[in-house]
Design a protein around this ligand. Structure first.
Ligand SMILES: *[C@@H]1O[C@H](CO)[C@@H](O)[C@H](O)[C@H]1NC(C)=O
Length: 349
């Protein structure tokens, strides 16, 4: 360390004629140290991730990110939803998950001051319903309540009942997340909803990471010969490996030798696959894919690739498979497709 002190010594005696030269040396030394520190950090992170694979799972689910903290999930009214009821279901004994039920907008007056029983029995006369599966942090109910609230306004104005919930580990739901538990929670809520609808069409709508849950759920429903009336995938990806590879977070590491081994294999080690590109080979119901060209979180080409996989699928032949791109000039990005005035037309079609 004597060398460093020497350098700093030069720095402070910089009133001499050689002031410029020494200042430059000083900056050069500092830059070198900064560069070394960054290099160490750069190598350190993948090693840590490989040694503690659970970190990687947290990065995929991001369920610990709770912004904004001040949203009270028990009060959908705060989000402008005056026709939404908050309640809890138990997909597994001892595991409570938070659910929001929004009735069609034209029923908003009737819905004032009504209890859970009224909301539940309103499903019996529903025309159609949507089970909404949210993505990770940015779009889950707590973080994105305000955001999803706008989508629920749009969908309820189109006459749908919308059922949304936080998977275990998100929002005010119990437990911690895994791909398996997200899928089984969604299946549980699907069946809860299905038996309360009187033969009305039921659609499964997934957004972002929720599209992976959606294809898992619909695949299982199709395996049991009880497909939903349609599957709607908003900003979907092919599988989690390809998504992780294209995610902005992994940008700096994409060219690191062993990227797959350090990062992608670690995701698989956590039993996280979200293999929608495989699931579409086992799905037999109409599929609608919505994707904005300027999506920076899930790149557009992954949605398109999934569409191509779906249109080649044997199980989907004879079913309508539709891909609706949204031009970059609309700036819908990852989560503003609900702004499209075309949505009503697209969904009716
Ligand atoms: C309640 O919500 C409905 C549907 O979004 C809206 O049309 C209505 O204006 C709202 N009423 C009040 C009093 O905010």
């Amino acid at each position: 360390d004597r060398k460093d002190k020497g350098t700093e010594g030069y720095c402070s005696s910089s009133y001499t004629m050689e002031i410029i030269f020494f200042t430059q040396t000083c900056v050069w030394w500092r830059l070198r140290r900064l560069f070394l520190a960054l290099m160490l950090l750069y190598v350190f992170i993948p090693v840590i991730v490989k040694l503690c694979p659970s970190i990687q799972a947290k990065l995929v689910f991001l369920n610990f990110v709770r912004v904004p903290y001040f949203i009270d999930l028990k009060r959908p009214l705060d989000q402008g939803l005056n026709h939404t009821h908050n309640f809890y279901l138990e997909p597994e004994p001892g595991v409570r998950v938070g659910v929001w039920h929004t009735v069609p907008a034209h029923m908003w007056r009737d819905a004032q001051n009504k209890d859970g029983h009224w909301f539940e029995s309103s499903l019996g006369s529903a025309q159609s319903a949507i089970l909404y599966l949210h993505g990770n942090a940015g779009t889950s109910l707590p973080a994105g309540a305000a955001l999803t609230a706008v989508l629920f306004q749009v969908l309820s104005a189109l006459g749908f009942h919308v059922i949304a919930f936080d998977y275990r580990g998100w929002g005010d739901s119990d437990g911690s997340p895994s791909e398996l538990s997200m899928t089984s929670d969604a299946l549980f809520i699907y069946h809860w909803l299905k038996v309360r609808l009187n033969k009305a069409p039921l659609y499964v709508w997934g957004h972002s990471l929720g599209t992976g849950v959606a294809t898992n759920v619909v695949r299982r429903l199709c395996d049991r010969d009880s497909p939903p009336d349609a599957l709607i995938l908003e900003s979907p990806f092919t599988n989690i490996r390809e998504e992780a590879k294209s995610h902005p977070f992994s940008m700096v590491y994409r060219f690191l030798p062993g990227f797959d081994w350090f990062f992608l294999d670690t995701i698989s080690a956590n039993d996280i696959y979200f293999a929608s590109d495989d699931n579409v080979n086992h799905i037999s119901c109409p599929v609608l894919i919505l994707h904005a060209e300027d999506d920076a979180v899930v790149p557009f080409h992954l949605g398109k690739k999934l569409y191509h996989a779906a249109s080649r699928s044997q199980s989907l032949s004879g079913h309508k498979v539709q891909f609706v791109p949204f031009d970059s000039s609309l700036s819908y990005k990852h989560k503003f497709i609900y702004r499209s005035p075309e949505l009503a037309h697209i969904l009716r079609y």
